[in-house]
Design a protein around this ligand. Structure first.
Ligand code: G3D
Ligand code: MG
Length: 170
């Protein structure tokens, strides 16, 4: 039977240097190498995910700006179905900021689906379990440990986002 095909837009959100570009590069270039389209300070990568009955193409927007409250971001967020929130375990302030990134994104895309990553799991964490719990409580989204360096958790993160988006659109 022919799979049903869907295309969805997702954005990568988080402070500068947390590893957004590295995560998408690790995920996308494992399979596709020339899928970057560079335009207007944004890189859009494409990845096809096989979800059983459904084939989902994620258009992954990596916004090169670094501040959560940049008014220019709204134009990039428009039409997105979900977002990947990324913080860096070695810099606690970047982990706290994911809550802000989510709030700003929700103003433009109120129905969005989120997944969150505590990236750089290959390095020594500067976060206490208690601080992580506080962030998870404020976010209302599970935090998954990832490393764009080793690949830990990267595939699972994007697949979780794709599944979440397809669940939401049922
Ligand atoms: P950004 O797109 O969020 O701004 P980048 O972040 O992907 O450009 O990554 C910023 C720096 O962190 C890069 O180092 C990159 O190699 C490093 N990095 C990203 N993810 C990981 C990770 O999981 N583990 C480790 N150890 N490093 C990571 P440079 O030195 O190029 O600035
Ligand atoms: Mg980047």
């Amino acid at each position: 039977m022919e799979k049903r095909k869907f295309i969805r837009k997702v954005c990568l959100l988080g402070d500068g240097g947390v590893g957004k570009t590295s995560l998408v590069r690790r995920y996308v270039e494992d399979v596709f190498s020339d899928s970057y389209i560079i335009s207007f300070g944004t890189k859009v990568s494409k990845k096809v995910i096989d979800l059983g009955e459904v084939e989902l193409t994620l258009m992954i927007w990596d916004i090169l700006g670094q501040k959560s409250d940049d008014p220019l971001h709204a134009a990039y967020y428009r039409g997105a179905n979900g977002a990947l929130l990324v913080g860096d375990l070695t810099r606690p302030e970047t982990m706290r900021h994911v809550v802000r990134w989510k709030e700003e994104f929700l103003k433009v895309c109120p129905g969005a689906v989120f997944v969150a990553a505590s990236n750089k799991s290959d390095l020594e964490s500067a976060m206490q379990p208690r601080d992580l719990k506080e962030i998870v409580d404020a976010l209302g989204v599970e935090l998954k440990r990832t490393s764009a360096m080793t690949g830990e958790g990267v595939e699972e993160l994007f697949v979780a986002l794709g599944k979440g988006i397809m669940e939401r659109s049922k």
